[in-house]
Design a protein around this ligand. Structure first.
Ligand code: HEC
Ligand code: HEC
Length: 561
């Protein structure tokens, strides 16, 4: 009943009819030349309310472009508020149809990849008023992944005001609703609409160019996989993609990779759809794993189909994840990474592993070159995927990152030679966790401690500083002094000796003064004791905000096969 009422309000606000959704006014202005909708399933399932005109333009639907997640959100809303009945296969087919015919080009998606990849970043959109107005409730990334006519941007905001009357107070109008719209200065929402209509119009040269040549990405075959996972470090392996019979844009996948630091090997089986010729959305589970270990895969295929990159993730708040890059496997040798990634001057015969693909079988160090001052005395093991070497570094080596050459293959800045660890940098520099475990999921946080050397100039925070990779540390929490007699560290949660923060339970805590929630601000502190004789302990820290659960979740991004 309540839903009906909200819908009716929305329909009035959005200027749509009860029963049928009204078409756009003029279709002669260049920006309103909407897309013809041809899909019989769409016309059958949506046409009852979204009426087609004599030219095949369909009310509302013809004047919008979105990423697949955006289409999925709308379709979910049509199901929950408008009683549209679709089985999962139909829903998927409709998302695919719209993503392919009214989607976004690679260049249009790029600035907002953080949104679909579910990255926790502090993003500020360049247009101040739009940023303030449209980031009050959700990420502005959601906005950047849509293109509309001006009339459609207006209707979107009208829909917001209908569904969420509070939006006027929270963001859209100065001082909330006034009886008449004759205020002298434009309301924030008017400024945002004006900006969005200019910056994100329905028709763009990017989309015109991309859609003219768009075709299913032929991703079948073997890909060289590499990436990093916070807390676990770099991993290397391969992914084999096989077309799902009867489709040209759906794949089953098997990924096998090994973590450089602990040698653990993982095999994952997955399935993915590639929307708009470049947006990979998949789901994979480790072989022998549990449902809980299912990861979502959001990957962008580079035009040319030789490389793709993105994030695989899981968790109540998508907070567990890894950055992945895949390169098409060719016959050439490729160097992907080196572990450890830094060696101190004076190091003797350290084990160094070079990870790659199609590496030549080597028995002697001839042909392996780390540059002056770094010598390889022996090849311990040689396989197509890795070389294990004994490596020494001169006392007088010039500090810096060195390119590595292995029989014709190379990698820029593969190994860093350094003298001293001068600082510890904790990443991320700020983190967020959410209390949970009672009524809501917990949001966890993983920190890493990176050793930093001041580099040749001996000065901190200059361009020649050297990143030495993860260094061993002890972890602890310290009070973030915003409140006198602060007691946050007693309540917010615990930090493990691997830098992993587990928040406390959600809800008021009777044990805490004032029956407060287990939330607060703390420092996450890493202490590293360098092995250099006489060196003092080094501390690095990051700010951790432990906050309440996200009580209202408008989760738009579940697009996966
Ligand atoms: C029972 C009527 C009804 C049916 C059937 C229906 N819709 Fe809608 N649709 C609406 C109404 C009302 C609105 C305007 C309010 C809103 O956006 O929620 C709307 C708005 C939309 C919008 C614009 C939202 C925005 O601002 O981005 C999209 C997209 C959409 N519908 C997609 C679909 C698709 C796809 C189908 C078929 C699978 C469908 N609708 C079927 C009633 C319907
Ligand atoms: C008062 C809170 C609030 C503010 C302020 C707000 N939004 Fe939203 N927005 C929401 C909610 C809630 C949803 C989820 C609606 C749904 O999908 O059911 C949403 C969804 C969206 C969507 C996805 C809807 C779709 O069907 O594609 C877009 C795009 C969007 N908002 C744009 C904007 C823009 C542009 C602004 C600034 C002018 C803005 N929002 C400001 C609450 C807000």
């Amino acid at each position: 009943m309540r839903v009906r009422k909200i819908l009716t309000t929305a329909v009035i606000w959005s200027g749509a009819l009860a029963g049928a959704v009204q078409a756009q006014g003029s279709s002669t202005a260049p920006d309103t030349g909407g897309f013809v909708v041809r899909d019989p399933l769409v016309l059958r399932k949506c046409g009852g309310c979204h009426k087609a005109d004599s030219t095949g333009r369909v009310a509302r639907l013809s004047w919008i472009r979105k990423a697949p997640e955006g289409w999925e959100t709308s379709i979910r809303r049509m199901a929950s508020l408008n009683g549209v009945k679709l089985d999962p296969t139909e829903a998927r087919a409709i998302v695919k149809y719209f993503a392919n015919t009214q989607g976004l080009a690679p260049g249009e998606v790029k600035p907002a990849r953080f949104e679909t990849e579910r990255r926790l970043i502090d993003y500020t959109y360049t247009d101040g008023p739009t940023d303030r107005t449209c980031r009050a409730c959700h990420s502005v990334g959601r906005v950047l992944l849509q293109r509309r006519t001006r009339a459609e941007w207006e209707l979107l905001i009208a829909t917001h005001r209908g569904y969420y009357p509070n939006s006027d107070f929270q963001a859209f109008r100065r001082g909330g609703p006034s009886p008449r719209d004759s205020a002298p200065a434009p309301h924030p929402m008017d400024q945002a609409i004006a900006h969005l209509s200019r910056a994100f119009p329905l028709h763009t040269t990017e989309w015109t160019a991309w859609s003219a040549t768009m075709r299913p990405a032929p991703l079948e075959g073997t890909w060289i996989l590499s990436g990093t996972e916070p807390g676990r470090g770099a991993f290397y392996g391969k992914l084999v993609a096989t077309k799902v019979p009867g489709t040209d844009d759906e794949f089953t996948t098997r990924a096998t990779y090994r973590y450089a630091r602990d040698g653990r090997t993982v095999t994952r089986d997955g399935r993915s759809i590639v929307y708009t010729g470049h947006q990979w959305r998949g789901r994979s589970t480790p072989v022998g794993g549990t449902a809980d270990s299912a990861w979502r895969e959001v990957v962008s295929v580079e035009p040319g189909w030789q490389e793709m990159s993105g994030r695989w993730f899981r968790g109540g708040y998508d907070e567990f994840g890894m950055d992945v890059t895949m390169r098409r496997s060719v016959a050439n040798a490729v160097v992907l990474g080196v572990e450890p990634k830094a060696l101190r001057a004076g190091t003797k015969d350290a084990d160094v592993t070079v990870f790659g693909a199609n590496l030549p079988r080597l028995t002697t160090p001839a042909g392996i070159d780390f540059g002056p001052g770094v010598t390889v005395s022996r090849v311990v093991r040689s396989t197509p995927d890795e070389l294990v070497l004994k490596v020494s570094v001169d006392d007088a080596v010039r500090a810096g990152a060195r390119d590595l050459f292995v029989s014709g293959a190379s990698m820029r800045g593969a190994l860093v030679a350094y003298r001293t660890v001068d600082r510890v940098r904790v990443t991320p520099a700020w983190g967020m966790a959410r209390a949970g475990g009672v009524r809501f999921p917990k949001q966890f946080a993983q920190f890493e401690a990176i050793g930093m050397s001041n580099g040749p100039d001996g000065k901190a925070e200059t361009a020649d500083d050297l990143d030495l990779g993860v260094v061993p540390v002890t972890w602890g929490l310290e009070e973030y002094g915003v409140t006198y007699k602060d007691d946050d560290i007693t309540y917010v949660g615990t930090l493990s000796q691997t830098g992993f923060f587990t928040p406390n339970l959600d809800g008021p805590n009777p044990q805490r003064k004032g029956n407060r929630n287990n939330i607060g601000d703390v420092w996450v502190v890493a202490t590293h004791t360098p092995t250099t004789p006489g060196a003092r302990a080094l501390k690095g820290r990051a700010h951790l905000i432990v906050t309440v659960p996200l009580y209202m979740r408008w989760e738009p991004t579940r697009t996966a096969p």
